[in-house]
Design a protein around this ligand. Structure first.
Ligand SMILES: NC(=O)c1ccc[n+]([C@@H]2O[C@H](COP(=O)([O-])OP(=O)(O)OC[C@H]3O[C@@H](n4cnc5c(N)ncnc54)[C@H](O)[C@@H]3O)[C@@H](O)[C@H]2O)c1
Length: 706
């Protein structure tokens, strides 16, 4: 078997231990490496000519990106996973216990188990490259740093900072890392190895006491102070997670135990909690999302079709969406973009949109002003169709009007090349209808972004019947370059995401009309695990937008999409939501002291608000509507697989990730239970709850989606 670790001795007495997992582009830690590394450590111990050790990666762009997560799925019990953690502890303790200085030389991703490996070294130096990122993202997979991270990190950088890193999973850049004491030095990549060798030659350093502000010192330095910190952290976690995610509380417990009872006890607790977390359904769901997105990155979206290179893009319309799309095209995809609008306002909006985001990066010192200006230079504007001829793709984000979209198709066919793709960002018009105006319909496709474009990770790529596989593959690859996760869906009103969202929102509106209070509804769905409740979401998206889409969906998809009558009254009162400061909640000055419901909405709708219904029942009624419609989308082939449906709902709507998406969640509930729930609601509230045929068939056969 090819080796992962190699040891080389230098004349000055420093040995280099290089990690390079054969056949892989990135280093990840695997359980099977333990015997190899243990043998090398024995060899080092036995060789008195070695005066110091430098640990470095043989990969060009990564130190160690983490532990190999697939090995967790091979664990059958919590005990298996606990033992994995214990094995890691043992190896890292051996490394830390060497009596020669051990220095980690870090360039590229140093995450999870990779950072824990570096923490077991006596000193760390990292490159100043933008590729170098350090962090412990395990919490995002419903886990905790199980390689000693919960113990070594707080001892190195202090409890408060360690908790912050572990509870958020955020990654820090080199400068932040040195500032917080996570690494001892930051140097250019060209002298990384030399610096590490010098550090090893200089010998083991006794660690300087942590530099901390007085308050932090007082809090962290005494058992009483620490307990205050842990209690505060627990409260914040529960507020943020609504108790839906078990791992943050376990992280706090590991630190609490380790600080009170010492490192050895802390490591025992860490391994026990790690094992238990691996076996939770929450972690299994979060890991499934990770695997799904990794798998999707390899897909073209159209079988064997090869994507064409996109060297230049055009965005039509520089408004809210067009500005965002142009911005991710230059800053993420690094593709030159020409924005075309009929008004200068649209053009300056697009330029301003990108500048504001980039300038934030400059202010936070993530980039220099020269780098910002270089990216800004990739965006040019026009009110005529000048300089668009050589565009490989045109993304259209003009007003939502079919005639206007037809005009755009004709303009682009006239002004651009034969190969130019026409991608529409329409939210509700079927792509087939837009393509009807095209003489080259094979180049027409839907590319549906979500607002705000730079933040929302999903895009729906919508192929109509005549879209060519090459157009699909090129559009998918383009979206991915923009940093998006694309799912390819079939053409229909609302596509996938807005279609399942619409029924969920309608049900929330029904509950409102039955007298449930606005904030009570929102709280119920936030408790269920959504990032915001449906009333807040409607205010954010625009009540007018919802009112416009609803009739289209009803016409194309049927009665169950009929919006509750409330919309008319809200529109007549000019209530559009946040954008005009008038919605379900108060905005502007009235909202200064925190978020408050605009009570006048109740009298407008002739309601007396109550909080009578249990949060669980409210959430269930809204969520089963979304789930049932997701099944219909699968049945009709709108989405290609339950996996795409899960990723679409999580990344497009914020469906609770710990449930793994609508389909994985339905598998947990069981199809039979889903049918029972829906039929129960159907007998009470009508046929909008009629279970999808596929669901009934699955219930009868005891089948699952995965
Ligand atoms: N707002 C959202 O949340 C959202 C989400 C997904 C998709 N969409 C869709 O994106 C599209 C744009 O929406 P928006 O919210 O950005 O609208 P917007 O009103 O903010 O921007 C539209 C822009 O198009 C420009 N425009 C109009 N006619 C034009 C023409 N002939 N040539 C070039 N530019 C022209 C306008 O001047 C304006 O700047 C719509 O189809 C909408 O349905 C919107």
């Amino acid at each position: 078997m090819e080796k992962t670790f190699s040891l080389s001795r230098r004349d000055d007495g420093i040995a280099l231990l290089t990690m390079d997992v054969p056949g892989e582009t990135m280093n990840t830690l695997k359980a099977q490496f333990a015997p190899e590394i243990t043998a090398i450590l024995q060899e080092i111990k036995a060789d008195s000519s070695i005066k110091g050790l430098v640990l470095i990666s043989g990969k060009a762009d990564s130190f160690v990106a983490g532990a190999d997560i697939s090995m967790l799925d091979a664990c059958e019990t919590a005990e298996d996973a606990r033992l994995l953690s214990r094995q890691g502890h043992h190896v890292f303790a051996e490394l830390e216990g060497l009596n020669i200085p051990v220095v980690a030389a870090i360039h590229g991703a140093c995450l999870g188990g990779g950072l824990e490996l570096a923490l077991a070294c006596h000193q760390r130096v990292c490159s100043d490259s933008s590729k170098t990122m350090l962090g412990v993202p395990e919490v995002q997979l419903g886990l905790l740093p199980g390689g000693g991270g919960t113990q070594r990190l707080p001892r190195l950088i202090g409890i408060a900072k360690a908790l912050d890193l572990m509870l958020t999973g955020k990654q820090v850049r080199p400068k932040q890392a040195v500032k917080m004491g996570l690494v001892d030095d930051v140097v250019p990549e060209s002298i990384l190895l030399d610096t590490a060798i010098e550090m090893a030659l200089a010998g083991k350093k006794t660690r300087k006491p942590l530099k901390q502000p007085l308050v932090t010192k007082l809090l962290e330095g005494t058992p009483v102070g620490r307990n205050i910190m842990f209690d505060q952290a627990t409260k914040q976690v529960l507020k943020k997670t609504q108790g839906n995610y078990p791992s943050p509380l376990k992280i706090i417990d590991c630190v609490r135990e380790g600080m009170a009872k010492g490192m050895e006890k802390g490591l025992e607790v860490e391994a026990a909690h790690f094992g238990a977390l691996v076996a939770t359904p929450e972690s299994a769901a979060l890991r499934s999302i990770f695997f799904a997105t990794t798998e999707m990155k390899k897909e073209t979206g159209a079988g064997d079709a090869k994507p064409r290179k996109v060297a230049k893009a055009v965005v039509l319309g520089g408004g809210l969406m067009g500005g965002g799309i142009a911005s991710v095209t230059t800053t993420k995809a690094k593709v030159p973009v020409r924005v075309k609008d009929i008004s200068d306002k649209g053009l300056s909006n697009a330029l301003g949109y990108a500048y504001k985001l980039l300038d934030k990066g400059v202010k936070r010192r993530h980039m220099t002003s020269a780098e910002r200006d270089k990216l800004m230079a990739l965006m040019t504007t026009t009110t005529e169709y000048r300089g668009v001829k050589d565009a490989d793709i045109v993304v259209e984000a003009v007003f939502e009007d079919l005639n206007l979209k037809h005009q755009m198709v004709r303009d682009i066919e006239r002004e651009c090349g034969e190969h130019t793709i026409f991608a529409s960002n329409t939210s509700s018009l079927p792509i087939t209808q837009i393509a009807a105006a095209a003489s080259r319909p094979e180049n027409v496709i839907g590319l549906h972004y979500f607002s705000p474009v730079e933040k929302m990770p999903l895009v729906e790529v919508i192929a109509h019947e005549k879209t060519s596989p090459e157009t699909i593959a090129t559009t998918v690859a383009f979206a991915r370059k923009q940093g998006k996760t694309p799912i390819v869906v079939k053409d229909c009103a609302g596509f996938y995401v807005n279609r399942i969202l619409a029924l969920y929102m309608n049900e929330a509106a029904q509950l409102l009309l039955e007298g449930q209070a606005v904030d009570h509804l929102d709280k119920a769905l936030v408790k269920f695990g959504f990032p915001v409740g449906p009333m807040t979401l409607l205010d954010e998206v625009g009540i007018d937008v919802g009112a416009k889409i609803s009739p289209i969906l009803e016409k194309e998809l049927g009665e169950r999409f009929k919006a509750p009558a409330a919309f008319d009254k809200l529109m007549a009162d000019d209530r559009k939501g946040r954008k005009n400061g008038k919605g379900f909640y108060l905005y502007g000055k009235a909202a200064k002291k925190g978020k408050k419901v605009d009570e006048s909405v109740y009298s407008l709708l002739g309601l007396t608000p109550a909080t009578g219904k249990e949060a669980g029942e409210i959430a269930e009624r809204c969520v089963v509507q979304m789930l049932n419609e997701a099944v219909r989308c699968l049945e009709e082939g709108i989405i290609a697989s339950p996996r795409d449906g899960d990723i679409g709902a999580i990344f497009g709507i914020g469906f609770p990730p710990f449930l793994g998406g609508p389909f994985r969640y339905m598998d947990t509930l069981g199809a039979a239970k889903m049918v029972r729930l829906l039929e129960g609601y159907q007998s009470k509230y009508g046929d909008r709850f009629a279970p999808a045929a596929l669901l009934k068939a699955m219930a009868a056969e005891g089948k699952t989606f995965y």
